[in-house]
Ligand binder design. Structure first.
Ligand code: FAD
Ligand code: SF4
Length: 342
């Protein structure tokens, strides 16, 4: 039985109080939302905070509503509520799908969107008990000075393993953040960095308060030159060992504006589960802009994705197999995009 280390639990009612508590206790405090990742990690002694600042009771972090051309989702909304919400399902099917495929039902009932976008990176050599990691001499990300995956350098390549960020990136979503320095907004696309030790641009003491997804992209996105309306289509697929519960070994999110003749505009693809941050697939517009999504085009896009993705030995499955799965899952995502209506 793994036990939690001792800590003090704080339950602020407002964002201001939560930020104040985090500032007061500094490095000794960590925010917790659903706790579905942080608590197991504390049991593994990956984190031993003296103070937990609970965000789930903060009313300002709740709610899903449309306003000012965007869908606003509070950071403390649960993944279950997001996956079932009519507006999310209507406008952003891939987001509902991704939220509904995180972990298993009990974890989604507690796990939140804020916790998902701030999820710690994962690695075979890191997500282990203290005893296990000690036997190996620890590693760069926690208590050690060597990376067992790369064997060289000072950068951790643990995998970004959250399902919703790739979708939010293809949707050009923004996140609002509050901290001791005030409030700021960061595009989800720019939030992640390539070092698995701390793979986000979130500063110490900051909390994510809400995610805003532009609604203008869904429905009639006007093309100023032709006057044609675009329809936003989104799709998401996930590779994991057990469909019922596991973290992704690979996630692919795709989105495109599609005109009335089924031609693609602004095709976007993001892959995650491979390295420390989600990877935007590049060069897709060169192949896809103004084209209909034929099988040949899908093959070309999948081949391009394969060339851009090189998984490392940060997970328990074989890297070459995981790489081979990239074009398979990109193909599945694009076929899903071709079929879906929104
Ligand atoms: C068996 C199992 C399977 C899982 N499978 C998946 C999976 O398939 N896909 C997946 O994406 N995840 C998976 N998870 C991880 C987790 O359940 C989800 O990512 C969940 O969304 C985390 O949200 P939470 O609210 O529980 O986060 P918490 O555990 O509360 O927090 C996670 C991290 O985010 C920080 N944090 C939380 N909220 C905020 C905020 N508002 N602002 C700033 N920082 C914040 C915390 O400090 C912590 O570092 C799995 C977990 C388990 C135990
Ligand atoms: S990638 Fe390297 S440094 Fe990072 S958790 Fe794994 S072994 Fe540790």
């Amino acid at each position: 039985m793994l036990r939690l280390p001792p800590f003090k639990y704080h339950r602020p009612d407002t964002v201001q109080d939560a930020v104040g508590l985090l500032a007061e206790f500094g490095d000794a405090a960590i925010p917790v939302s659903g706790g579905t990742d942080l608590i197991p990690n504390m049991k593994h002694r990956l984190f031993t905070p003296a103070h937990l600042v609970a965000l789930k009771g903060v009313g300002e972090l709740k709610g899903i509503h449309a306003g000012d051309g965007e869908l606003v989702i509070g950071a403390a909304e649960t993944l279950t509520d997001i996956s079932l919400h009519p507006s999310v399902r209507l406008h952003f099917t891939a987001l509902a799908d991704a939220a509904g495929h995180v972990a298993g039902p009990q974890l989604r009932n507690s796990g939140t969107l804020g916790g998902n976008v701030c999820l710690d990176t994962r690695c075979t050599y890191y997500n282990q008990t203290h005893f296990w990691r000690q036997a190996l001499g620890f590693c760069l990300k926690k208590d050690g000075d060597v990376c067992h995956v790369t064997k060289v350098g000072k950068k951790c390549v643990a995998a970004h393993s959250a399902d919703t960020p790739p979708v939010l990136m293809t949707l050009r979503a923004q996140m609002d953040i509050s901290g001791p320095g005030g409030d700021r907004t960061v595009p989800v696309m720019d939030f992640f960095v390539g070092d698995g030790i701390w793979n986000t641009r979130r500063e110490p003491g900051e909390i994510v308060t809400r995610i805003r997804v532009p609604l203008a992209q869904s429905g009639a996105n006007g093309d100023s030159e032709s006057g044609m309306g675009y329809e936003l289509r989104t799709a998401y697929v996930k590779l994991r060992q057990r469909q019922s519960i596991d973290f992704p070994l690979l996630t692919v999110a795709v989105a495109a504006d599609v005109d009335s003749e089924n031609r693609l505009h602004s095709l976007r693809g993001v892959v995650t589960g491979l390295g420390a941050r989600p990877k935007e697939l590049t060069g897709w517009d060169e192949l896809g802009e103004g084209e209909v999504l034929t099988d040949e085009l899908i093959d070309g896009l999948a081949e391009r994705a394969f060339k851009q993705c090189r998984p490392l030995e940060n997970m328990i499955v074989e890297t070459e197999w995981r790489r081979a799965m990239v074009p398979v899952h990109v193909t599945r995502a694009l076929r899903k995009l071709r079929r879906c209506d929104g």
